[in-house]
Design a protein around this ligand. Structure first.
Ligand code: GLN
Length: 561
């Protein structure tokens, strides 16, 4: 913990009483959103980590929502769930995967949270007699939140990514706050990295820097001169383009880097470090000079790049049009694949297609595995249930997560236990067999925000089951996000027909895992294993599923874990 900075003699001399002794890196974005700031932020963190520094990362989201939990994944991508039950932006997932750390929910700061605190203080009378303003009250609250993360995490470097694009109205107070932080923390303790797109014109093949130049100008207008520019481009930028960016950005040529397209996102820190970015960041922040240890990361990247086998998985969902809706699930499947030398190809299938054209269900025959992810509301559920039935009856490896788990219970109740019209009360209020029902403590809740069963909870695993084989222990902690659960009234009949409930809550009142031992691999969990999956350390249910898909494809009698 913070050894790195203490070791630095020069640094400890300037450290005063009450000084945080931490370096701050701020990442902004230009030209358009989704330009890859999250990956650049994670990559800079990784470059520092492999040099022995402790880091943490914050995501600022300038929207007014208090958290991401009330947003549709179709608009904003998946809602990421932290260990402490935060419903956050998906970039926290990238930070956790790249840096292999668990982040608390306070690492996602939104306009909603900032204003809520300031307005509460105003009502309490904390500012009595004063006019409450964006500067200094809102900006002070933003800085307080960033510093609180620095203090609590006790790291060497705090990375703060500012969501959206420079020039957005709602982002202005955040940029103003980070501008002020340079004055307060000092030049060598702060660093601004600007990430912007360099498009290539189809017709001429030319790399165009003008939009990037404009976004740098916009940043300067606000009072921030970037220290580093990362050009996001399809290809490595040419020397001329790099020089032009440096000239117009008023920064040295050594401070311009390029994040170009690579076959795997996990390679980005390697390509940036090869260009000298890690050393430059350390030099500029006056951090002790250390050589990076990329060994483990590089071997993971190699295992992703050159796998021996391939499996094809059908993801039958409701937000199939936007891959970002399932980003942690995609990554967890890939981590599982990397661990068994396998490339995982995922086809995103809208569940409603099977409702509209029931014969299309047979296309699922062409897949090595069927995956039904999380979800909310009735749309597409019958199609998902059809896919689960198809997997079970044709013995195609199946993994169901959260809603996928609940619908696997519904399918089993209907088609195996003969409980016709069994359903979840989320889909049908007046089903004769509510096998999935609203958790008692969810009833009568007035507020929708942050009221699901959230975050990490203990799960007890039954010995002698597939779950035990996969997890190899009798207690695990997994992350949750749900309101409905398996109705205890139906446990007995489901078990009598062959369902095994191999994971339960410690009080034995909740079912967490269902498996069907007479199938090659049929496994479903109420929790979301994907949030804990890491490169090189896949989460067992995802690893088990991909391995089973591969083993089945290779003609094995049973999966070999
Ligand atoms: N809609 C279901 C529930 O709220 C499942 C949620 C999910 O898949 N995350 O319980």
């Amino acid at each position: 913990m913070k050894k790195a900075l203490i070791e630095s003699v020069e640094y400890s001399i300037v450290v005063g009483e009450g000084f945080l002794m931490v370096k701050f890196i701020f990442i902004t974005g230009g030209v358009l959103s989704s330009v890859g700031k999250g990956i650049v932020t994670s990559s800079v963190g990784k470059m520092l980590q492999v040099r022995g520094f402790d880091v943490t990362a914050i995501k600022i989201d300038p929207y007014v929502n208090v958290d991401a939990g009330t947003m549709n994944p179709y608009m904003h991508g998946e809602v990421y769930v932290t260990e402490d039950g935060g419903e956050t932006d998906l970039d926290l997932g990238w930070y956790e995967r790249f840096l292999d750390i668990d982040l608390p929910k306070e690492n996602n700061i939104t306009t909603g949270q900032v204003y809520r605190t300031v307005i509460d203080k105003e009502r309490r009378g904390d500012y009595l007699g004063r006019c409450v303003q964006i500067i200094p009250h809102i900006t002070d609250e933003i800085k307080r939140r960033i510093r609180k993360v620095a203090e609590r995490s006790n790291v060497d470097v705090v990375l703060t990514e500012c969501g959206g694009t420079v020039g957005d109205i709602e982002g202005l107070p955040f940029l103003e706050a980070i501008r002020q932080m340079r004055l307060e923390e000092g030049f060598e303790n702060t660093l601004y990295i600007h990430v912007a797109l360099v498009p290539i014109l189809d017709v001429t093949g030319e790399m165009k820097t003008k939009p990037l130049q404009h976004s740098v100008n916009e940043l300067r207008r606000i009072g921030i001169q970037p220290d580093i520019i990362v050009a996001r481009c399809r290809k490595m930028i040419t020397k001329e383009v790099l020089e032009k960016i440096a000239l117009f950005g008023t920064i040295p040529k050594e401070a311009v880097f390029c994040s170009y397209n690579v076959p795997t996102i996990y390679k980005v820190p390697l390509i940036l470090d090869e260009q000298g970015m890690g050393d430059y960041v350390c030099r500029r922040l006056n951090l002790p000079n250390r050589s990076p240890r990329w060994g483990g990361w590089r071997s993971f990247v190699n295992s992703v790049e050159n796998p021996k086998y391939t499996v094809k998985i059908a993801l039958v969902g409701k937000y199939a049009g936007l891959a970002d809706s399932y980003v942690s699930m995609n990554e967890a499947l890939r981590h599982g694949g990397a661990a068994c030398n396998t490339r995982v190809l995922i086809d995103y299938i809208e569940a409603e297609t099977f409702e509209e054209n029931p014969e299309k269900i047979n296309t699922l025959k062409g897949y090595d595995g069927i995956f039904v992810p999380y979800g909310f509301g009735p749309r597409g559920t019958e199609g998902k249930i059809m896919a689960i039935q198809f997997a079970r009856e044709n013995d195609i490896p199946f993994l169901g997560i959260c809603y996928g788990f609940q619908l696997a219970i519904v399918e089993f109740a209907r088609n195996v236990c003969n409980l016709k019209e069994a359903n979840s009360t989320e889909i049908s209020q007046d089903t004769p067999h509510p096998v999935i029902y609203l958790m008692p403590r969810q009833r009568g809740l007035k507020y929708k925000g942050a009221t699901m069963r959230l975050g990490a909870h203990k799960v007890i695993i039954k010995k002698g089951t597939l779950a035990y084989k996969l997890y190899k222990r009798s207690e695990i902690y997994e992350r949750h996000r749900h309101r409905w659960e398996v109705n205890p009234k139906y446990w007995k009949i489901l078990e009598e027909h062959g369902a095994v409930f191999s994971g339960k809550s410690p009080d034995r009142r909740r079912i967490e895992i269902m498996e069907l031992p007479d199938r090659f691999f049929f496994f479903a969990s109420q929790f979301h294993g994907e949030f804990k999956s890491r490169p090189g350390r896949p989460e067992p249910e995802y690893y088990g599923f991909v391995k089973a898909c591969l083993d089945k494809k290779l003609g094995k009698k049973r999966p070999e874990f």
